[in-house]
Ligand binder design. Structure first.
Ligand code: AMP
Ligand code: MG
Length: 329
């Protein structure tokens, strides 16, 4: 008889989305979420943390109730320990510690960036890709080698999502600007050159963001949105392509909320076709911040013994993915 897989409860809440899920080795059994949308301006860490604290009880109650209907017995509680906003991380960690103690199951601290990668590898069934991880605060090109996800290139200043959102706010678009910029860019008539900044394997978006804001004084919003996307995405694709050439790997995995952008997917796909590589992206619901990615990575960590004591579970707002010992590969 097949041994029943363990179930892990995972809680994500590093920034805008408070999300919990229960997974086992074969599927996402239950999920529930509540997202924080600022009324004006961008994400405010304290306001986001207050949102998470207010909605924690409901989200946990919902996910556990759905899990119970599916006979899920929780074997561990995983939470995103970093990177992210300090106040948000502390709110989620407090809930996770309390749940682990009251259920008497192990506690697991998951690196948020690694979770974006692992859920993609799982759902796309891709073993060893080069990963382009693009979210609000983070933008990195990574690949696995010798027990760690190595960072081949990364942003020198802000993440691509933050760059899009900042420009969007300046242009009068409500947060998050990324999806709105994608829509507006479809109506563009022409491309205008904007700063294309790749230094070695790293890239930078703040100069591009300032130049795009300035361009709004003399160019239509559609053209600036289009040019912003074309420039920024070409930078990301260039570095991803070089990582592919350097590693000799044959697969690309897209991860993080900005991965929902169709134009970015199209550009990566074209590059992959030119190099006879394969392009993978999970469903959008699993590219943005979500509880399932924390639960699934927690399951991998549980099975490799990477559990935490409450004393060692302090949050890590600047936790880098290349600091994580990958014990499950
Ligand atoms: P994450 O933190 O991984 O959930 O990603 C959030 C970021 O994704 C925000 O900066 C959004 O503006 C951005 N985003 C979401 N959808 C899109 C899209 N279609 N195009 C560009 N950026 C997007
Ligand atoms: Mg994220």
């Amino acid at each position: 008889m097949r041994r029943k897989s363990k179930c892990v409860l995972g809680i994500e809440g590093t920034a805008w989305n408070l999300s919990a899920a229960i997974v086992d080795q074969s599927r996402v059994i239950a999920s529930a979420e509540s997202s924080y949308h600022p009324v004006e301006g961008g994400l405010h860490p304290r306001a986001a943390a207050q949102h998470h604290a207010t909605h924690m009880e409901q989200v946990i109650h919902d996910v556990l109730a759905k899990g119970k209907k599916n006979n899920a017995k929780i074997s561990a509680v995983a939470f995103s320990i970093g990177p992210g906003f300090g106040p948000c991380l502390r709110t989620v960690a407090t809930a996770a510690r309390a749940l682990s103690l009251s259920m008497n199951v192990p506690l697991i601290g998951v690196n948020h960036c690694i979770a974006h990668i692992e859920i993609g590898r799982w759902l796309c069934n891709v073993a060893d890709p080069v990963i382009l991880y693009v979210s609000g605060a983070n933008s990195q090109v990574l690949s696995y080698r010798n027990g760690k996800y190595r960072i081949f290139g990364e942003t020198l200043d802000i993440g691509i999502g933050n760059a899009l959102d900042k420009f969007g706010r300046y242009a009068g678009l409500q947060h998050p600007g990324g999806p709105k910029i994608e829509e507006i860019a479809r109506k563009a008539k022409c491309y205008m050159p904007l700063p294309y900044v790749v230094k070695g394997m790293d890239f930078s978006f703040s100069g591009l963001t300032t130049a795009a804001k300035d361009a709004l004084a003399h160019a239509p919003l559609e053209d600036v949105c289009h040019s912003f996307q074309e420039t920024a995405f070409a930078m990301l694709v260039e570095v991803t392509e070089r990582a592919l050439a350097h590693t000799g790997k044959k697969d690309i995995l897209l991860a993080g909320g900005v991965g929902a952008n169709s134009r970015l997917m199209e550009m990566l796909n074209t590059m992959c076709q030119d190099r006879s590589a394969k392009f993978f992206a999970p469903d959008k619901a699993y590219m943005k911040d979500n509880g399932a990615m924390i639960a699934y990575t927690g399951l991998l960590m549980l099975e490799s013994g990477a559990v935490l004591s409450v004393e060692d579970s302090a949050v890590r707002p600047n936790y880098r993915p290349d600091e994580v010992e990958v014990t499950w590969r």
